[in-house]
Design a protein around this ligand. Structure first.
Ligand SMILES: [Zn+2]
Length: 261
């Protein structure tokens, strides 16, 4: 596979699939990340075989996107909208929020404390893995509304754990409050750019729309409903991911930490 002369740029990247045109037969192959490629991280460069049965020639692909999972779920909606799969679009959008809340909690309670922890690497890694399991167990049954409350209250509290020991205590005390933060709570934040975004996330109805679509009612949403939800989501999650500096890679924070010294 080292001698493959052809390298093509990936035509389309989506959360589940990568599409690339074979340089030999010209046909597009859709590679499923989990089944065909066996890797879920972005593909910088990779040898593949054309999926057209009459061709099957090897070629290299490059140029995958490196956006966060929630951003990829949002991007997928363009195609779903075009194909008029409005129900799937609603599911993707609601999931984009849930994935975002989950990433925020991992960064806050695991990645950043790991990067700043004073212990030696082997100890840190052991504690990190232990805490990752604890956090995952704690939130595994939490649906959208509870994850949203945890996210919002964690920002409002301003108490970010500094080490893995702090994080362990914080995860132990993690409790879902009855209500979301009110306007006064959000307006008290010193970061004024955050306030309108957090209010909009608090008020989004995408979870309710998703429930109507999924449950017995099997509701069929209209283009207008989905377009409006997509527009709202695009204005909230990608800017907030950037503003909060969220990366789904503990190593990224270690690098940032070292660079900051
Ligand atoms: Zn081919």
């Amino acid at each position: 596979m080292n001698e493959i002369p052809y390298t093509v740029h990936i035509n389309k990247t989506a959360y589940e699939n990568i599409t690339a045109a074979c340089p030999c037969c010209g046909k597009e192959s859709i590679f499923n990340r989990a089944t065909d490629l066996g890797v879920l991280t972005p593909i910088a460069f990779r040898a593949v075989f054309c999926l057209n049965p009459s061709c099957g020639k090897p070629f290299n692909i490059k140029g995958d996107c490196v956006n966060s999972v929630s951003e990829m779920l949002i991007f997928d909606c363009d195609e779903l909208l075009e194909q008029k799969h409005y129900r799937y679009c609603v599911l993707s959008l609601a999931q984009a929020y849930e994935v975002f809340f989950s990433l925020f909690l991992r960064v806050e309670f695991l990645y950043k404390p790991y990067a700043a922890d004073p212990n030696e690497n082997a100890v840190k890694l052991h504690n990190f893995n232990r805490l990752a399991k604890q956090l995952s167990k704690k939130v595994e049954k939490y649906a959208f509304p509870k994850m949203r409350k945890l996210f919002l209250w964690q920002i409002v509290s301003g108490c970010s754990p500094l080490t893995l020991a702090d994080a362990e205590a914080a995860i132990g005390k993690l409790k879902v409050r009855k209500d979301c933060p009110n306007d006064a709570d959000l307006e008290s934040l010193s970061d004024k750019e955050l306030m309108p975004i957090l209010k909009a996330i608090r008020d989004t109805q995408i979870d309710k729309l998703r429930n109507k679509v999924v449950h017995k009612q099997a509701y069929r949403p209209t283009w207008e409903e989905v377009e409006s939800a997509l527009d709202e989501c695009r204005k909230l999650l990608p800017p907030l991911t950037w503003h909060l500096g969220l990366h789904d890679d503990p190593g990224w924070y270690v690098g940032e930490n070292l660079a900051g010294r």
